[in-house]
Design a binder for this molecule. Sequence first.
Ligand code: ZN
Length: 221
Amino acid sequence: MSYQHQYVDGTRIHFPLGKVVCIGRNYAEHAKELDNPIPSEPLLFIKPGSCVVPLEGGFKIPTDRGSVHYEAEIAVLLGKPLSTHPTVEEVLDAISGYAPALDLTLREVQATLKEKGLPWELAKSFDGACVLPPFVSAGTFDDLADIGIRLTINGEVRQDGNSALMLNPIVPMIQHIAGHFALQPGDVILTGTPAGVGPFNVGDELVLELPGASRFEGRVL
Ligand code: ZN
């Protein structure tokens, strides 16, 4: 199924999907669970738009390259370009919506790449490596430092975080990213995963939520 940005009410968002900019180790408890040091500046990587699939109807995971870990993350959709050093107001004005996303990771592949000091694309950018449900509008949240993110698998809550726990909060993070490379309408920022990551199995039934704002059901095919 091909992916197109849309809002939860079914409205299609006119700008095309761009790139997905991700931040690693943005929650201290998650850095700790993978035995990673907390970075002194945000650790960034990019997933190409080609790896994004919709949550609706279920999604496939690779079964021939070791475990595929789920990372539930607050996704921020941009509707305006941002570059150089945008102000707080410019960043807030550029945000079009929020969704609970899955940053899928081939964990053993990533461990091997990390050990060798190689880039992460083989572990993070495979087809289907980013799962996105529809977005709620930017006005949904008054306080960007209080957005929850929760993933439930087969009835059990596995990840339950809040943007309050981010090492780099949403707006300064986007300012930092835009200071390094241009962001365009249709780009998505994945803001890091809280603790509780683990492997998906084919057949898993999941619920992905921004608690109080949006809730989606999905399935690993
Ligand atoms: Zn992630």
